[in-house]
Design a protein around this ligand. Structure first.
Ligand code: PXP
Length: 240
């Protein structure tokens, strides 16, 4: 069964725009879980532009919610993540000026750092995932790093599909990577830029076990409401 992780960072973005308490990310984490999210994703960024330390702590303290905490390799944030102890961690690259996570991790450059971080999370029994671009050498490196999961950055595919450009090459690249990762015993996730159409397309890759989706879910909910949008995604994921 494929799973849906709902990223609620932009609930915090809306709250922070007013500097007050509404809408509340903790309430949102319970709400999306009630309406079918298999897990809740939050990104504790170094610049705290959306989710803050209290949000992360409060959300991770909910016993009946599976939380996937996205973090960079920043030592302070890694230390915080270990203290907060979420169910899952996804390590992502971070660049202060970016609007969103623009690409996957540079595994080659950071292999020693990543190896020691992954070991620390393993000791805490935290399922760990690496956010990577779809390339074969990174799949082999992920295996060497002995990580539980990879999350393939689907931004390039999503942009091509949305621009009605040829996307087959990128789709095949993702498919090959997903297949190899599965063969090597790594669980495969996908995320970034996903809407209904791109998710439906990626559901053809049976090796992908989890989708993490944020911006489109929160944006579309303005028109359709969170329960209906989550239900539509679950239907796509179940039926493909
Ligand atoms: N997965 C990861 C690792 C991400 O960094 C992000 C963006 O924060 C997402 C998924 C969700 O992307 P989007 O908001 O475009 O759905």
């Amino acid at each position: 069964m494929k799973r849906l992780g709902v990223n609620i960072d932009h609930i915090a973005t809306i709250r922070n725009a007013r500097g007050e308490k509404h809408p509340d990310p903790l309430f949102a984490s319970k709400f999306v879980t009630k309406y079918g999210a298999d897990s809740v994703t939050i990104h504790l960024r170094e610049d705290r532009r959306h989710i803050n330390d209290n949000d992360a702590l409060d959300i991770c303290n909910q016993k009946n919610i599976l939380v996937n905490l996205e973090i960079s390799m920043n030592p302070e944030i890694v230390k915080k993540a270990i203290k907060i102890s979420p169910n899952y961690i996804c390590i992502v690259p971070e660049n202060r000026k970016e609007v969103t996570t623009e690409g996957g991790l540079n595994l080659k450059r950071n292999k020693n750092k990543l190896s020691s971080i992954i070991k620390r999370f393993k000791q805490k029994n935290i399922r760990t995932s690496l956010f990577i671009d779809a390339n074969i050498s990174d799949i082999y490196l992920s295996k060497k790093l002995d990580v539980h999961c990879i999350e393939i950055h689907t931004g390039k595919l999503a942009n091509l599909v949305k621009a009605k450009k040829k996307y087959q090459k990128e789709f095949l690249r993702i498919k090959k990577c997903a297949r190899l990762a599965k063969e090597l015993g790594i669980e495969v996730h996908a995320g970034h830029g996903l809407d209904y159409k791109v998710t439906k397309l990626l559901c053809k890759i049976k090796e992908i076990k989890e989708f993490n989706i944020g911006h489109f879910i929160i944006g579309e909910s303005v028109f359709d409401g969170l329960p209906k949008v989550i239900k539509k995604f679950k239907k796509i994921i179940r039926n493909n």
